[in-house]
Write a protein that binds this ligand. Structure first.
Ligand SMILES: [Zn+2]
Length: 185
């Protein structure tokens, strides 16, 4: 006699999710799935309005590893009440600092009901307010996937790095992690 193959959470259908970047005067509510922030460094090219990832191996940084163009971004996986689907929320250092200050030490982000909004313009301050705290991690919620594929998709990072084309990188294992060979999503 064999048992039924059981799984209580429905299988996730996607690897690439929408990355929510709030515009000026926008206000949205989310239920947070991630227990902690996931952060990374990027480079922002203001002339091209283009964001690209920053790598530990700085030879991969598109357009060069310039300190002045470095921007930190924090991400959490969350249910978007306005889109009615799970998304990654992109947050600024200031938004993350103010969010973390609202929490008791060791508190999980998972299960929190938060409101995120941006003041005035698209360059206005991004703010996070906790409307409801979670008291324990909710086992029935989906586990957060890695945001890397969603970020590469948003940044349109679809090409093999320029240095690989120039044969500077000889071994594939030297490539950035989860680097997409083809366009995703
Ligand atoms: Zn860099």
């Amino acid at each position: 006699m064999t048992k039924m193959k059981r799984q209580d959470l429905p299988p996730e259908q996607r690897e690439v999710f929408w990355v929510e970047r709030l515009k000026g005067n926008e206000r949205q509510q989310f239920v947070v799935y991630s227990p902690t922030l996931w952060g990374c460094w990027t480079h922002y090219n203001a002339a091209k309005k283009e964001t690209t990832p920053c790598y530990e191996d700085e030879r991969f940084c598109h357009g060069g590893h310039e300190i002045e163009t470095m921007r930190w971004r924090g991400y959490v996986f969350a249910w978007s009440k306005s889109r009615m689907e799970p998304v990654f929320i992109q947050l600024t250092p200031g938004a993350c600092r103010s969010w973390l200050k609202q929490l008791a030490e060791g508190a999980t982000l998972r299960g929190q009901l938060i409101e995120v909004w941006r003041t005035k313009s698209d360059k206005g301050r991004l703010l996070v307010a906790v409307n409801k705290y979670a008291h324990r991690s909710n086992e029935a919620m989906p586990q957060p996937p890695s945001p890397i594929k969603s970020l590469y998709n948003m940044w349109h990072v679809t090409e093999v790095p320029h240095l690989m084309r120039a044969s500077v990188v000889e071994d594939e294992k030297d490539l950035p992690d989860e680097f997409p060979n083809t366009r995703v999503g």
